[in-house]
Design a protein around this ligand. Structure first.
Ligand SMILES: *Cc1c(COP(=O)(O)O)cnc(C)c1O
Length: 472
């Protein structure tokens, strides 16, 4: 397998790094690009060309080796490496709390506070009233107690950390009784049995998958029992012949035997969604009122704030959680605290929370507003090209984030087909566009659900389709 004549010729034509670098210096485009990046891109492009020449399956021509061609490639690569890898996308999936796309969008109030705290020093761990070291949680503790009714509160990095930390503090080396119907796995490999093992607590499952009775818990209690745990069935539901013990009954049982009761609420919400025509779910306040000793939940699921794990409950227990040295490894960052505090303050008026917090806004958005966006987008795309065929579709959005899996959210979608392109090609183009537009494929059409698309994103979608058609 030697090199043939043509390949040798092409290799000789391959420009040198220095020549392309000199050429790059004459172009304004490279003024704002660090020299190291330009150099790295030139080397990469030349190396790719060399491999392509030697690869018998690729047809390279002398044209590909021309300076201008090579420089064009370098430009493309340099532009790519100057774009942040973490970038905004347009979520046209209709999944409101989309863990892969960043879960919850922050309210304007949260963003404003976050920017101030990001830019300046703050009293993060400094008690201004006494001029001494203070607690990192103090800024959110009062508001959490105020809106939940709990006596005490703290926060960590996420809810997985909250569960781990609480189990480690309250039940290390002891048995934790959980119903077999609640041994949850949620996305990203959070599984109750695994987290339990990592915490050093011993899982003591009771009941069956579909039915667990109070007697099952009571029979399992012995001198090694450290905790009764209830876990929210976030992303699934058990229907049919079922029985489940309520938190309140567990609390009564726990009190009788002197064993604390913890609830992992998963999503955790302060607003009663049934007021907005959605399925009734117990709120954080309900769990506190039922007498749970400790309740944990996420900051960025139905709460609609930043990623955080919130722990509320009885003072003594929360105090011991605060003192756990493991806490230091799971601690929350100041930017998160800033966004979380502002988000929580909005819950003082639930109607205001629903109005101001994007996650809640999108979930409770009237169908008519979604329809208007769909009609507007269809109009914009229709006018741009006659190769596009469009259909307005009545499909359902999803809550996502392992919350309200049974909630149906009727929505309006724009389905697009393009003459001369497969639906997979459309999906790929949109995904690689800047900003990327993430939709889904159904019935051989590229589907965009307007529930999760903002009105000011419609022109960006229009531009993406124009770019795509221009390249056809
Ligand atoms: C989502 C969820 C978690 C994990 O929360 P994160 O904030 O994603 O770490 C834990 N338990 C339950 C029941 C959940 O639904």
């Amino acid at each position: 397998m030697g090199i043939n004549e043509t390949q040798q010729q092409l290799l000789r034509m391959l420009p040198g790094v220095d020549r392309i670098l000199e050429l790059a210096k004459t172009e304004a485009f490279f003024d704002n690009i660090p020299k190291s990046v330009t150099l790295r891109c030139i080397r990469a492009v030349i190396e790719t060309l060399r491999s392509a020449i030697l690869d018998d399956t690729q047809e390279m021509t002398s044209q590909d080796m021309e300076d201008a061609q090579v420089l064009e490639q370098v430009k493309r690569l340099a532009a790519q490496s100057m774009t942040p890898n973490l970038r905004r996308v347009i979520n046209a999936t209709g999944v409101v709390i989309h863990t892969n796309l960043g879960r919850s969008l922050l309210a304007a109030e949260a963003i404003e506070n976050l920017m101030i705290i990001a830019e300046r020093y703050s009293n993060l761990e400094f008690d201004l009233s006494v001029g001494k070291r203070g607690s990192r949680y103090s800024c959110v503790e009062d508001i959490l107690c105020e809106i939940s009714g709990a006596a005490s509160a703290m926060v960590v990095n996420n809810n997985a950390a909250a569960v781990l930390l609480c189990l480690e503090t309250l039940a290390k080396g002891k048995k934790v009784i959980v119903s077999r119907g609640e041994l949850v796995e949620i996305g990203g490999s959070f599984r109750i049995p695994d987290v339990m093992a990592k915490s050093g607590a011993i899982l003591n499952p009771v009941g069956t998958t579909n039915r667990t009775h109070l007697k099952d818990y009571e029979d399992a209690i012995d001198s090694d029992t450290g905790l009764l745990l209830k876990v929210h069935k976030s992303n699934y539901s058990i229907v049919g012949f079922t029985a489940e013990v309520s938190l309140k009954e567990l609390v009564t049982l726990g009190t009788k035997h002197g064993i604390p009761v913890m609830e992992d609420l998963g999503s955790g919400m302060f607003v009663d969604f049934s007021k907005y025509g959605m399925i009734k779910e117990p709120t954080v306040q309900d769990s506190v009122a039922a007498g749970a000793d400790v309740v944990t939940f996420s900051g960025d699921k139905l709460l609609g704030g930043p990623q955080a794990g919130i722990i509320i409950g009885k003072k003594e227990l929360i105090d011991s959680v605060k003192k756990n040295p493991m806490n230091r490894a799971l601690r929350i960052d100041r930017l998160t605290l800033a966004a979380l505090e502002s988000t929580l303050r909005l819950y003082r008026e639930p109607e205001k929370a629903v109005e101001r917090i994007p996650t809640l806004q999108m979930l409770t958005c009237p169908l008519r507003s979604i329809e208007e966006k769909a009609e507007q987008l269809a109009e914009m795309l229709k006018n741009s090209d006659n190769r596009i065929s469009l259909e307005l579709m009545n499909l359902s959005s999803r809550v996502g984030g392992g919350a309200l899996p049974l909630q149906d959210l009727p929505s309006k979608c724009v389905g697009v087909k393009v003459k001369g392109m497969s639906v997979n090609q459309i999906e790929k183009f949109m995904r690689n566009h800047i900003p990327p537009i993430i939709g889904r494929i159904e019935d051989d059409a590229f589907i965009m659900d307007m529930r999760t698309v903002a009105t000011d994103e419609l022109p960006l979608i229009q531009k993406a389709f124009a770019d795509m058609l221009a390249g056809l």
